[in-house]
Design a protein around this ligand. Structure first.
Ligand code: 4FV
Length: 266
């Protein structure tokens, strides 16, 4: 999958895509990340990308001309269909389901063009004529769309087959896709007087799976109960929650949420 990031700060994109999993995925040609400098599509010697808003008001607005040229030139450079996404607080809130949807575009060789706004935003005519979708990473205002673009590239790329090595797996996301991930432990077995739940050393995959499902359900119950509201629980999950309901009631009554440690006794 090819990501094109239209920005006035290409160095931000290059810096982050040249590190870690993204760097390896690019080297292995699983993805490509190309920063496109909007300033390269300006017409004046000051390379102006912004101007004052019609109707007055604070701040500046990104000019439509350079943005349109940058989008059209990128579409021409791409050998594939393109989906153009504008990063903005007004957009649909990005989440794992949207990340999965966008990752599926690699199957149809559709490239993603990510538009990073700056200042007060971009001219509405660009939104009306050239943007397919608007995404937000959350209800807060940043100085630019570059970090949101990098978050989307990171979250989508890790779902593309082959990007995560064998020792990591996005498949886990299906399990914890709408549940918080289960508690994780690694060596040493004993740390500061705290040990690892023995079930995790048992080698019994079914017991380990059940323990992890219980850990996910209980963590979600306490940290993100909203994720459980719409969930259709499996019989297995109902049994686990029933088994733990007494324990959960006690925790709620006593206000203690050290459920992970208590799970260690299972
Ligand atoms: C944003 C967000 C965001 C708004 C003004 C860039 C800034 C400036 N993008 N999710 N939250 N963008 O705050 O995506 O143009």
């Amino acid at each position: 999958m090819e990501f094109y990031v239209l920005t006035i700060f290409p160095e931000m994109i290059d810096a982050c895509s040249g590190i870690g999993v993204l760097k390896k995925a690019i080297e292995q040609k699983k993805i490509s990340v190309q920063a496109v400098n909007i300033r390269d599509y300006t017409f004046d010697r000051h390379k102006s990308v912004d101007d004052t808003p019609y109707g007055g008001g604070v701040g500046m607005v990104m000019k439509p001309g350079p943005l349109m040229k940058a989008i059209q030139d990128t579409q021409k450079k791409s050998d594939h269909q393109c989906k153009t996404i504008f990063l903005s607080p007004q957009g649909k809130t990005f989440n794992q389901n949207i990340a999965r949807e966008l990752a599926l575009y690699h199957e149809t060789q559709t490239d993603l063009i990510l538009i990073c706004g700056r200042y007060e935003g971009i001219d509405e005519r660009i939104c009306n004529e050239f943007i397919d979708d608007e995404l937000s990473i959350g209800d807060y205002v940043l100085t630019g769309g570059e970090l949101p673009a990098l978050i989307i590239i990171d979250a989508v790329s890790r779902l593309i087959p082959g990007v995560l090595g064998n020792d990591q797996s996005a498949d886990e996301d299906t399990f914890s896709g709408d549940l918080i991930k289960h508690a994780q432990y690694t060596r040493p077995y004993a740390f500061e007087g705290m040990t690892v739940p023995d079930v995790l050393l048992s080698g019994n995959h079914k017991d380990i799976y059940n323990w992890r499902l219980a850990s996910s359900l209980i963590k979600t119950f306490f940290k993100r109960p909203d994720l459980l509201e719409q969930r259709n629980f499996s019989v297995e999950e109902i049994n686990i929650l029933t088994h733990w309901s007494e324990y959960l009631q006690k925790i709620i009554q006593h206000g203690s949420i050290h459920c992970t440690n208590s799970l260690s006794s299972t």
